[in-house]
Design a protein around this ligand. Structure first.
Ligand SMILES: Cc1cc2nc3c(=O)[nH]c(=O)nc-3n(C[C@H](O)[C@H](O)[C@H](O)COP(=O)(O)OP(=O)(O)OC[C@H]3O[C@@H](n4cnc5c(N)ncnc54)[C@H](O)[C@@H]3O)c2cc1C
Ligand SMILES: Cc1cc2nc3c(=O)[nH]c(=O)nc-3n(C[C@H](O)[C@H](O)[C@H](O)COP(=O)(O)O)c2cc1C
Ligand code: SF4
Length: 645
């Protein structure tokens, strides 16, 4: 029977001769969970079993390095460079199949983007990846590959593909995107060669053609073969979509069965792993452009967080499949829930990059997810029934309280939530700017989850007296903003940014924003984009402290397009009736304003907890009530406490 809600998404389709039950694929994503020698770990198996059980038609296993010379990019990176890797890879493929999906795998050479930072770092030209250059200086400069070395790498791809086939994978994807070796050749930004592999488009695509030929010759004519391409690398002197279209046409003739379209490289990361300030479905137009030029299927990927969008991509013919990366970390059951017609149960990825990208790419850890603490800890943090059923009050309906309540209820406890204001807590303010709209989906899904579990919501302020009858109390009371500690802070012109974001206060045209952290910087950006004249003022020498790396990069681009005035290393002294007095390098001046907004941080709200503890009551703190932090801390502490009680 066809699926009523998402009929196109849940229709079967083929890549080459391989028929998949639906159009959803797990996009390849490195997890940092292989063993140091590139072999498959038990942890990786547990993770992929969970991903495969989530209903996707295919799992494309994360990038695996093809040789032992310069292909390996990162710590605990999966390997396919030797026959020694085959037993583990076969074990993984079997697990994926047994869990209900079809195993595919991506093969890769990292080129100049070698997180490990160790030589040999290989490339077509001696142009280093800026991140590595900043870290390691000359050691980051790629060794310029000789023709002989290029031939060896070509052959390594073919050998790796054959190993994948021998290990039981039903599809191989060549990684030809994201600033790794193949794109280093394709992009004029990184290829300054004057030989057969540089210069003209034909020469820059030569290594792709040779790799596809070598792979085909080794895996046979009918084995499903895809390639991942960046529509463009977003480098000013890089490759445009027109070049990618030409490349796709050539590779189709060489026997590629489907094109998996993404974008960007690691230098232009916000176009590859887009934060919420970049519109969703970022590569759909590039996908559509490739689709029009080829006759084999095309896989759309990048920031497709909702099944409605995925359905629309397939229905409109802009893509034939969708490749989902982070959304299946936020909710591995994304596909099952969509298929069963309950998309509202999907916990959406908010594209914060704080649990995943930041941990692996910048901090050498295995992935986690801000909104899903289980990912990478499968089998360790499962929700199991409580041994003794208890009557538990959760005070506070922010993300920490909602998560704790959900887990406690699933474990069999009687749970109520007290919320004095609005369910969602600070998520409401956090999601106020349009460029943070992804957070609204999270708020909705968390509230839906507690409602579907019939958790009673008591809409009042909980007091210690009121809580006497409960066996235990979870204090998810959040934090309160710090009031403006300046003379004139109580004048009507001075407004807490939080009140403005909650819609409780309005602002005039000329706004001075005091505080250059996350809230101050984002609010200033929002107001500037809405047409207000904004001056952002802070004591610190830089702005945006506490903002995630990719948000920082996206905001920097957006701020550069506004008229915002930024005054760093500037001390606010006093709010006056028509502005604020500030001091910069010993000089005092007034910045005129209609409204002086302020965001000076927050303080954990622990009064209720202290009172309960003083009474000898069992009480626990979670989320901002422990220490004002972020959504990830709130969800993770709420979840973990939910497992304990
Ligand atoms: C403007 C802004 C932007 C932000 N942006 C981001 C971001 O981009 N990324 C990120 O990760 N984090 C962001 N944060 C931080 C994030 O929202 C918080 O860390 C998170 O909401 C904390 O969750 P919580 O559940 O612990 O507390 P809260 O969200 O503060 O929820 C606490 C709830 O408890 C209720 N409550 C308190 N006392 C009682 C009582 N006695 N009885 C009944 N109810 C009570 C409150 O009304 C509130 O609803 C932002 C915060 C703000 C203010
Ligand atoms: C931590 C991390 C690891 C990734 N590893 C790979 C990879 O191994 N191969 C690849 O082609 N893309 C990789 N990507 C990119 C994703 O496949 C995907 O294109 C990107 O996350 C955007 O899509 P999404 O919004 O569905 O996550 C990775 C992304 C992240 C965040
Ligand atoms: S950490 Fe953030 S960006 Fe990464 S998968 Fe989770 S919600 Fe998405």
């Amino acid at each position: 029977m066809s699926n009523q809600m998402f009929p196109n998404l849940f229709s079967s389709a083929k890549i080459g001769n391989l028929e998949l039950k639906n159009r959803i694929m797990k996009a390849p994503q490195s997890t940092g969970m292989s063993n140091k020698d590139g072999t498959v770990s038990e942890r990786l198996i547990r993770y992929y079993r969970s991903q495969a059980a989530g209903g996707s038609g295919m799992i494309i296993v994360e990038y695996a390095y093809v040789d032992d010379i310069g292909a390996k990019s990162a710590h605990c990176h999966l390997g396919i460079s030797s026959n020694e890797h085959i037993p583990g890879l076969a074990w993984l493929a079997e697990n994926i199949r047994e869990s209900g999906s079809v195993p595919g795998i991506q093969i890769e050479h990292c080129g100049r983007q070698k997180f490990l930072g160790t030589q040999p770092i290989c490339g077509p030209s001696a142009i280093p990846w800026p991140k590595l250059w900043n870290q390691y200086g000359v050691q980051a400069v790629p060794h310029v590959l000789t023709i002989e070395e290029i031939k060896d790498i070509v052959s390594a791809f073919g050998d790796a593909a054959l190993r994948a086939k021998m290990a039981g994978y039903e599809l191989v994807e060549i990684h030809g995107a994201h600033g790794y070796l193949l794109t280093n050749f394709f992009s004029p930004h990184t290829n300054h060669r004057a030989d057969l592999y540089g210069g003209s488009l034909e020469n820059r695509m030569r290594i792709y053609v040779e790799i596809v030929r070598d792979v085909r010759s080794k895996v046979g004519p009918d084995y499903p073969l895809t390639i991942r391409l960046s529509g463009t690398d977003y480098e000013p002197d890089g490759f445009p979509i027109e070049d990618t279209i030409e490349l796709a046409k050539v590779l189709e003739k060489e026997g590629i069965d489907a094109f998996h379209i993404s974008g960007g490289d690691h230098h232009t990361m916000i176009h590859q792993v887009s934060p919420m300030a970049i519109p969703q479905g970022h590569h759909i137009e590039a996908t559509n452009a490739v689709k029009k030029a080829v006759s084999v299927p095309v896989i759309a990927s990048g920031s497709i967080t909702r099944p409605e969008m995925a359905e629309e991509i397939i229905a409109s013919g802009k893509g034939d499949f969708v490749g989902l990366g982070r959304p299946l970390w936020a909710d591995p059951e994304w596909a099952v829930k969509a298929e069963e017609g309950r998309p509202e149960d999907i916990r959406p990825c908010i594209r914060c990059n704080e649990g995943c990208l930041e941990r692996t790419f910048y901090n050498y850890q295995a992935i986690t997810c801000a909104v899903n603490p289980i990912i990478s800890r499968e089998g360790e943090l499962d929700i199991k029934p409580a041994t003794v059923k208890r009557n538990i009050a959760v005070v506070g309906g922010g993300p920490a309280g909602l998560e704790a309540a959900r887990v406690l209820k699933l474990r069999g406890h009687d749970v109520v939530i007290y919320e004095k204001d609005t369910l969602g807590g600070q998520l409401i303010e956090a999601a106020a700017p349009e460029f943070k709209a992804d957070i609204r989906g999270l708020t909705k899904s968390m509230i839906t989850a507690v409602n579907k579990l019939n958790i009673k919501i008591i809409k009042k302020e909980a007091t210690a007296d009121e809580l006497k009858g409960y066996d235990a109390v979870v204090c998810a009371t959040g934090s309160t903003t710090v009031k403006l500690p300046l003379p004139g802070g109580d004048l009507p012109i001075a407004v807490d940014a939080s009140d403005y974001l909650k819609g409780k206060k309005t602002v005039g045209h000329n706004v001075v924003m005091l505080g250059v952290g996350l809230v101050g910087s984002e609010t200033a950006l929002q107001l500037s984009e809405e047409g207000h004249a904004v001056t952002l003022v802070g004591r610190k020498p830089t702005i945006m402290k506490g903002v995630a790396v990719t948000d920082f990069l996206a905001y920097s681009e957006r701020i550069a397009k506004t008229d915002m005035t930024i005054c760093t290393s500037t001390t606010p002294l006093e709010v006056v009736e028509d502005g604020v007095m500030v001091e910069y390098k010993g000089k005092v001046r007034k910045i005129p304003a209609d409204t002086v907004l302020y965001a000076f941080g927050a303080k954990a709200k622990q009064e209720l907890y202290e009172e309960l503890k003083a009474q000898g009551k069992e009480a626990h703190l979670v989320g901002d009530a422990v220490f004002p932090a972020k959504i990830m801390d709130a969800v993770h502490t709420g979840y973990r406490l939910g497992l304990k009680l």
